[in-house]
Design a binder for this molecule. Structure first.
Ligand SMILES: Nc1nc2c(ncn2[C@@H]2O[C@H](COP(=O)(O)OP(=O)(O)OP(=O)(O)O)[C@@H](O)[C@H]2O)c(=O)[nH]1
Length: 335
């Protein structure tokens, strides 16, 4: 097939909580995402991101949460996409014009790119359009220092976008931008592409910031290494683990608050990510909660269909923390 007829694929990556799903939620309403197939890969047994995605008629969302696309379920990308496209061929939707893959926050994008390029079926239908990496301004520098995965994601990206610029002051944003543009390795052939190149006509630049005065910043990418003397501490697969926790009855607001406050303060740097859809007693709508390292974002009310069975679901991604340490604390407060 001529390259021009191949379906473009964008890989959207970025460390845990950097804002990938938030961005996708806004992008799916852009004209360039009409007829897009969105593949969401999540770290953890319970995938919550598909519930957090706004629904729309013009895009399909495929969730892959049984493992990480860069390692354990690498072979499944081809099979799952084939199934999705066969469904479309049978008239169960319109043909897709683009695919977007949201990686897990801990993914190494390189094996995913390799799969796209070397899997016979995928390589004959899709072409890589680019890798976009989100870097969270609130946690960016410490994450780059501490987590090899974050460095890999930013190094491989064609475009880097800084999210949460509204949460930091200008000097902090500048330090992060300088860190990201510090050219310590040969720059990849696409490295000078600006964010507006992907998705065609600058779709991202139309995305409004979530809150606050400063828009999400986009900068040209550049590979980087940790500064001398700062060794990445974590290695995916060794210490990092995810676990899920469900609560079947509505949770009293004070129990939720006290429990999460204590969890965050006790676990400190070892708490990488909390994601939850919570049925809070006395509230008509479920709440989405997001903790990203030491930052807890304001809760957001979701439509009732995000939690149809009334069960609250929490996903914790930690470094070296036993699940019991978290769940027993809940039992302590929920007496
Ligand atoms: N203030 C602010 N908050 C943001 C911005 N982008 C994302 N967030 C918040 O950051 C939190 C995490 O965002 P997600 O979109 O779930 O992040 P993610 O990268 O998909 O997370 P993982 O699936 O864990 O990798 C949510 O509470 C978002 O509302 C931003 O630009 N500004």
């Amino acid at each position: 097939m001529p390259t021009a007829d191949l379906i473009p694929v964008t890989v959207l990556t970025g460390f845990l909580g950097s804002g990938k799903t938030t961005l996708l939620n806004q992008l799916v309403h852009q004209p360039a995402m009409r007829d897009a197939l969105v593949v969401i890969n999540e770290f953890g047994d319970i995938g919550l991101d598909h519930r957090l995605m706004a629904e729309g008629d013009e895009h399909s969302v495929m969730e892959m949460s049984s493992g990480c696309l860069c390692c354990t379920i690498r072979g499944e990308l081809s099979r799952s996409v084939q199934q999705a496209l066969e469904g479309l061929d049978r008239g169960e939707g319109r043909p897709i014009s683009r695919m977007m893959i949201e990686t897990t926050g801990l993914a190494d994008p390189a094996p995913i790119l390799q799969t796209l390029m070397t899997d016979h079926w995928l390589a004959h239908r899709f072409r890589l359009d680019g890798v976009v990496c989100l870097v969270d301004a609130a946690n960016g520098i410490s994450t780059l220092n501490a987590h090899r995965e974050s460095q890999r994601q930013a190094t491989i990206a064609d475009s880097l976008l800084i999210t949460k610029a509204d949460l930091v002051d200008e000097p902090r944003l500048t330090r992060l931008a300088e860190r990201l543009t510090a050219k310590r390795l040969p720059v990849s052939e696409h490295a000078d592409r600006q964010a507006e190149d992907w998705l065609g006509a600058g779709a991202y630049l139309q995305v409004s910031p979530l809150s606050g005065p400063s828009p999400t910043a986009s900068i040209a990418p550049a590979p980087m290494l940790a500064p001398a003397g700062e060794t990445p501490r974590s290695r995916y697969g060794e210490q990092i683990r995810s676990f899920c926790f469900s609560v079947e009855t509505p949770i009293a607001p004070e129990v939720l608050e006290d429990w999460l406050d204590l969890v965050m303060s006790l676990l400190g740097d070892r708490m990488l990510r909390i994601k939850a859809i919570v049925n809070v007693a006395g509230r008509p709508q479920p709440l989405a909660l997001h903790g990203v390292q030491h930052v807890f974002h304001p809760p957001v009310a979701l439509p009732s269909k995000a939690c149809p069975d009334g069960v609250s679901r929490f996903v914790f991604i930690t470094s070296g923390v036993a699940p019991d340490a978290v769940t027993q604390l809940f039992d302590y407060f929920d007496r």
